[in-house]
Design a protein around this ligand. Structure first.
Ligand code: HEC
Length: 441
């Protein structure tokens, strides 16, 4: 159980890190109380800025590594599909493809059986995958596990302790890989269709489960992390080890077992189909209407189906055969379904009857929102106005009325995890104020 061992060790360090961060926060609070505007305040701001920069750099690296990984996955699947046999070629060569790029011509040949010669500088593709996962996991720790109360725990969904939330998150990622891997090795793994169906149902069960344990946002990021971990697991535990054996056999002059290549190919095709939905899940974090609704898990299901169809269109097109154009309208159907689900599943709030005075609205926004959304936030752990959204003056409140309505009434994504405990009545007042045309003072 190498994986579970590793996961447990990683989890222990995260929890330790979280505890340290929490005690540091408490220390910081004490400092801040003692001398609000002295140099301690400056140090606190510097620490906050440092954490923000760390998060940005980790996110940047994660995205760049992901682009390199997905790029090479798309490239090789397309190359493989475009390889054509030719009588002129060596009998051990399956086929070749001609390409032009950057002013030069490339003649790509694929050997399915041993070539006579393997150069010592054979290029392997693995670090794109590994670094995407490593920096993705770091980001998950920085954003979600170090402070689970912000984005991960939603007490109206399940009243989890921070430790339990982190444990569920990490263990579920490891379990997801183990189940998927066993599924591929089981008899069901022999049939692409059966495997796809069972895999899809299991994945949606995970999405349903996550949305009933974590906040909407935490649930979505975990589906992304789960699928991403399966993909990198495919590279780390199957594709690269199998290829290593094949290369060793070739050097030893033995004929490699074709099963190894087939298994690696199956996993690499899975990865290819999983890229589009994973990227969607990561981006959806910026769109509360996707994860903030009652049917968020069904929206995910629709997006996964649409992504598979679109990816399939590309994969058939690259073979050079007539592409299946019906796949596009077919993919549009689940996307329309997802659109309808976001509308139907919106929690919303009842607009209260009667007119609402601006003074009331200002009071609600000041107490429930401006503790975070101000030039100098007072909420513990928030160092500057999130996303630059400031709601600390009448002017700004009126200008931001549509965003306030969208976030606090429609999607109910704000206040963040309802940390400031806004009431239904107050949401109703915001709704009524917006319906009146959001008048100012
Ligand atoms: C505990 C701190 C906190 C409180 C309280 C809070 N917010 Fe936020 N808000 C955040 C954070 C953090 C983000 C950035 C979320 C992200 O990264 O997607 C945010 C983002 C936003 C955004 C930008 C959304 C986007 O994706 O562009 C708006 C608008 C917003 N909040 C409005 C509100 C309103 C209205 C309230 C009060 C009803 C409120 N917030 C209360 C922390 C808070």
């Amino acid at each position: 159980m190498r994986v579970t061992d590793l996961m447990l060790r990683i989890m222990a360090s995260i929890v330790q890190y979280g505890a340290r961060l929490r005690s540091r926060t408490r220390l910081r609070e004490a400092h801040a109380r003692a001398s609000m505007w002295t140099k301690n305040r400056g140090r606190e701001a510097m620490w906050g800025m440092l954490v923000d920069w760390a998060e940005l750099l980790v996110r940047w690296t994660h995205v760049i590594a992901g682009i390199a990984w997905i790029g090479s996955s798309f490239y090789f699947i397309a190359l493989d599909a475009s390889i054509k046999p030719h009588p002129r070629l060596d009998t051990r060569v399956k086929g070749e493809a001609w390409q032009v790029h950057g002013g030069g011509f490339y003649q790509m040949q694929k050997f399915t059986v041993a070539p006579d010669y393997l150069p010592p500088d054979l290029t392997w593709f693995k670090w794109e995958a590994y670094s995407t996962w490593i920096f993705g996991f770091l980001l998950l720790c920085l954003m979600y596990y170090a402070n689970p109360n912000f984005y991960l725990i939603d007490k109206t969904v399940m009243d989890l302790s921070p430790l339990a939330a982190v444990a569920i998150g990490v263990v579920s990622l490891a379990a997801g890989w183990l189940i998927y891997d066993q599924l591929c090795k089981s008899p069901a793994g022999q049939s692409t269709f059966l495997l796809a169906m069972v895999g899809f149902v299991l994945l949606m069960a995970a999405a349903f489960g996550y949305t009933h344990v974590f906040s909407g946002r935490g649930a979505f990021v975990h589906i992304g992390a789960l699928v991403g971990s399966i993909m990198v697991g495919n590279v780390f535990f199957v594709i690269i080890p199998n290829q290593t054996i094949v290369v060793r056999d070739l050097i030893a002059g033995k004929v490699p077992d074709p099963r190894l290549g087939n298994e690696a190919k199956q996993r690499s095709v899975h990865n290819n189909y999983l890229t589009l939905p994973v990227v969607f899940v990561m981006l959806s974090n910026h769109y509360a209407f996707t994860y903030g609704t009652r049917y968020s898990w069904a929206i995910l299901a629709a997006v996964f189906i649409a992504s598979f169809l679109v990816r399939h269109w590309f994969n058939t097109k690259h073979t050079g055969e007539k592409a299946d154009w019906w796949l596009w309208p077919a993919a549009a159907i689940p996307i329309i379904g997802a659109f309808v689900l976001t509308l139907a599943g919106q929690p919303g709030a009842q607009a209260g009857a009667g007119t609402v005075k601006f003074a009331d609205v200002q009071h609600i926004v000041t107490t429930r929102c401006a503790v975070c959304h101000a030039a100098k936030p007072t909420f513990e752990g928030i160092e500057e106005a999130p996303k630059g959204v400031m709601l600390d003056s009448p002017d700004r409140i009126v200008t931001m009325a549509p965003q306030i309505y969208a976030q606090a009434v429609q999607a109910r994504a704000m206040p963040l995890n309802n940390l400031t405990e806004i009431t239904e009545d107050e949401r109703g007042k915001l709704a009524a104020w917006f319906a009146q045309g959001a008048p100012g003072p």
